[in-house]
Design a protein around this ligand. Structure first.
Ligand SMILES: NC(=O)c1ccc[n+]([C@@H]2O[C@H](COP(=O)([O-])OP(=O)(O)OC[C@H]3O[C@@H](n4cnc5c(N)ncnc54)[C@H](O)[C@@H]3O)[C@@H](O)[C@H]2O)c1
Length: 436
């Protein structure tokens, strides 16, 4: 089956490469000429473990190609996926659907055969109806159906998630749409990945409800962590104790500096806007968004405390280890490190940082931070060292070397990757999240 993927970013490229690996004939389309040029040269636009090898083998096998021409790319495709960005709209927090609608228009104008148009981008309820209207208004003579198929992959584990999903959600309004989607995902049926057919609107809402629920879990355990610090409890034990209950589950119960990334912040905001538009308030999600937002700067203040408080921190040096919103990605979108670095520089602290993959993306977002070649150069001369992202590279730092490089350092472990006893035994002052 021929599949066209419009938008070759995180989701489009990973999905396209995986579909090709399943044996489909895939064309990835992007309007960004330099991205397509680099893909032709085998250079990945993002850091994602295993992606370069997957792309290379499928290009070699002749199942995966790239183009900037949408009209060429969708020719003969039975399924045309829309996987462009849906960022927060400046000013009001609604999902910006201009990229999705622009693609819908172009697809309608170029469609040369019957096809199912599949929205993989995360889009608010009702977007599928609008995509359908836009395509119909182009006057296309081809038979088409608009389907919702949200993506649940996680950055850093994207290929595994795509190939072995917990479930595949398909929101279709007619048999043509369902039939083509069954064929698209047939290789996964064989792997026994559960597939859930719903209406288009339910499918669109499932994606937002899932992300809002996960963001709520994270925010809940973060608040429990704050309480643990106050009452002398250990959040890791609390987390284990509640997570062993099957009704709760252990995932997304790791206390930390607040959620970030390309999805949770914008998707929770967009859900609030949808709820507002339909006069159906989602108070829990409102609280989650507010709590998470204020947590990021609070983490910056935690590092300031390690430097003796905001009024004594001016002129001192702090090191940030890890900048991306999570490990194994170079994605800096809405990473807590941005607010932490800003809080520190606002207080006159000199900040140095190291991240294994994210420094290029981070540089323009934190122009006053000195980016270093390795963790030890970042640590040199620092009085506070904050672990912001739990990259493996930071799990076994040579603490003796750190002590030689830094002057009476305080280790602020915002990911709880060290044992307080070990770090204190090595002569450090140690602060973490929800543990004393
Ligand atoms: N990143 C994730 O982990 C993730 C996970 C699940 C869902 N999503 C959703 O998937 C969607 C895409 O996210 P992403 O992270 O892949 O975005 P991205 O910014 O990495 O990629 C989007 C791509 O679309 C291209 N594009 C924009 N307009 C175009 C057009 N008219 N024609 C062709 N190409 C065009 C851009 O050049 C860009 O390369 C979003 O709605 C996002 O919420 C993302």
């Amino acid at each position: 089956m021929k599949i066209a993927m419009v938008g070759s970013g995180y989701v489009g490229l990973v999905s396209g490469a995986c579909f090709a690996d399943f044996g489909h004939d895939v064309v990835c389309i992007d309007k960004d000429q330099s991205k397509i040029d680099r893909l032709h040269e085998g250079v990945m636009p993002i850091y994602e473990p295993g992606l370069d090898a997957l792309v290379e083998s499928n290009v070699k096998a002749g199942r995966l190609s790239f183009t900037t021409s949408l009209a060429e790319g969708i020719k003969g495709a039975a399924a045309v996926f829309i996987a462009v960005g849906t960022p927060s709209r400046r000013g009001d927090g609604h999902a910006d659907l201009s990229f999705v609608y622009a693609v819908a228009r172009e697809v309608g104008e170029s469609l040369a055969n019957d096809a199912v148009i599949v929205t993989k981008s995360t889009v608010p309820v009702g977007t599928g109806d609008e995509v359908e209207r836009i395509i119909r208004d182009t006057g296309t003579a081809q038979k088409f159906s608009v389907v919702s198929n949200p993506e649940f992959l996680r950055e850093g584990a994207a290929i595994g998630d795509f190939k072995r999903p917990d479930r595949i959600v398909i929101g279709a309004e007619d048999e043509f749409g369902r039939e083509v989607m069954r064929e698209v995902y047939r290789p996964l049926f064989l792997n026994e990945s559960p597939i859930l057919f719903t209406s288009r609107r339910s499918s669109e809402l499932i994606k937002y409800a899932a992300n809002a629920f996960l963001a709520t879990k994270i925010t809940f355990i973060n608040e429990m962590a704050d309480l643990c610090e106050k009452v002398g409890a250990n959040v890791q034990d609390v987390s284990r104790g509640i997570g062993m209950d099957n009704r709760i589950g252990s995932k997304f119960l790791h206390a930390g500096p607040g959620y970030g990334g390309s999805c949770f912040p914008k998707d929770t905001l967009a859900l609030l806007k949808t709820a507002e538009d339909y006069d159906s308030p989602t108070r829990i999600v409102e609280a989650v968004v507010k709590t998470n937002e204020s947590r990021k700067r609070a983490m910056g203040r935690k590092v300031l405390d390690a430097l003796g408080g905001a009024d004594k921190a001016r002129g001192k040096k702090a090191a940030l280890l890890g900048l991306t919103f999570k490990p194994n990605t170079d994605d800096m979108r809405d990473s807590p490190s941005i607010a932490i670095a800003q809080t520190l520089t606002d207080a006159g602290v000199e900040v140095s940082a190291y991240d294994p993959e994210g420094m290029e993306q981070a540089r323009p977002l934190m122009p006053h931070v000195t980016m270093c070649d390795d963790p030890y150069s970042a640590i040199a001369g620092a009085e506070a060292i904050a672990i912001v992202t739990e990259w493996d590279a930071f799990r076994a730092l040579d603490l003796m070397r750190v002590k030689e490089l830094a002057s009476a350092p305080v280790l602020v472990d915002l990911r709880n990757i060290y044992s307080p006893e070990d770090v204190r035994a090595a002569g450090f002052i140690y602060a973490s999240i929800g543990r004393n």
